[in-house]
Design a protein around this ligand. Sequence first.
Ligand SMILES: [Zn+2]
Length: 42
Amino acid sequence: MALKDKKLNSKDCPYCVGKGYFQLLLGGSETCMSCEGSGQKR
Ligand SMILES: [Zn+2]
């Protein structure tokens, strides 16, 4: 059986892992500067 880990899609932004934002420890979120919130690698 194959392990189903969260695999980083090659199209996903490596900084936010395709989410488009960062989750802040203190609460809230911040838009990823690298992909500008799209979550996609350019
Ligand atoms: Zn990003």
